[in-house]
Ligand binder design. Structure first.
Ligand code: SF4
Length: 303
């Protein structure tokens, strides 16, 4: 078993998922934003990361956030790890903005895969959340593209001879395979070409969450309320554990959730910083009579 285990003196065992928390794509984008804002005013286009603790820290350093390029007041703007369409980047450059691109290399790769499918003559279908910034970035440059996230969405697709399918990078891979199978059954005469664009960090976090949930009486999933992949992790954990709580920080942890004896698992979404995960674990420790003392109200300081 690969989870990290800690035995508490009151009989509560805490497990940490083997893979959890911030992925390299988000971490690199945050590092870039911190470095840049030290030398010049900087605006991030959209949400850099779906986590208020991280965003508040960046705001404190002077980073501005804006979703509309025409409202940006600094010369330098940053594209987030989720990426953006060429059209959106072009619009920003035309309005005189200097672009810094922090798009995750795995998102770049996914853009390339989708373009290749279109070039090869496969009408594109993205398995993902319509309106999510990563999905918008991938689809805005295409003349047409279907975005589906349910069997009903697939039922509603126009019948075609071919479909070229990719997934949003943070979708659970098991569900993606189910949808591809459903699409193949729904249109048995069609040729379905599927390219797996779910990123490796997401797959690792999902499979580690399954392992964790199978062994836990209670699971805490740490992450921002707007974080899609945190919601997905919580949903996956609920398939294997009856009691799963999504918490944004240590202040959300409730003593009545903690079993007097048994196992509590902790995992976290790809936008959750380590310091927040540690603070949640400290709070569990404190509430269960452990040795470390951490105030739940204390906002963790960011590195
Ligand atoms: S979730 Fe995956 S694709 Fe998205 S930024 Fe992180 S590593 Fe990159």
């Amino acid at each position: 078993m690969s989870t990290n285990t800690l035995q508490y003196k009151v009989g509560l065992t805490v497990l940490r998922a083997e893979h959890m928390g911030m992925c390299f794509g988000v971490r690199d984008a945050i590092t870039l934003a911190k470095r840049e804002v030290d030398s010049r005013p900087l605006t991030v286009l959209g949400e850099l990361v779906h986590n208020d603790t991280v965003l508040n820290d960046l705001r404190g350093r002077g980073v501005q956030f804006e979703s509309q390029p025409d409202k940006v007041e600094t010369e330098a703007v940053m594209i987030t790890a989720h990426g953006a369409s060429d059209r959106a980047k072009g619009r920003a450059e035309e309005s005189g903005l200097k672009l810094m691109d922090a798009t995750c290399p795995l998102v770049h790769h996914a853009h390339k895969q989708l373009r290749q499918l279109v070039k090869d003559g496969y009408p594109p279908v993205v398995l993902g959340r319509r309106g999510h910034v990563e999905v918008r970035g991938r689809t805005e440059d295409l003349a047409e593209c279907d975005v589906v996230l349910s069997e009903e969405d697939i039922d509603a697709l126009a019948p075609r001879q071919k479909y070229g399918v990719v997934a949003q990078s943070t979708q659970p891979i098991a569900r993606v395979h189910e949808f591809v199978g459903y699409l193949e059954n729904r249109f048995p005469a069609a040729e379905v070409r599927f390219v797996d664009t779910v990123c490796q960090p997401t797959k690792q976090r999902q499979s580690a969450a399954v392992e964790l949930a199978k062994r836990s009486d209670v699971v805490l999933v740490v992450g921002g309320v707007n974080s899609n992949n945190t919601h997905e992790l919580a949903r996956t954990c609920r398939e294997f554990c009856d009691e799963v709580h999504h918490v944004q920080g240590p202040g959300d942890v409730r003593s009545e959730w903690l079993p007097a004896s048994g196992t509590l698992g902790i995992t976290a979404g790809t936008s959750t910083p380590d310091i927040l995960i540690d603070a949640v674990e400290d709070r569990v420790h404190q509430l269960s009579g452990g040795l470390r003392e951490t105030s739940p109200e204390a906002q963790p300081a960011m590195a």
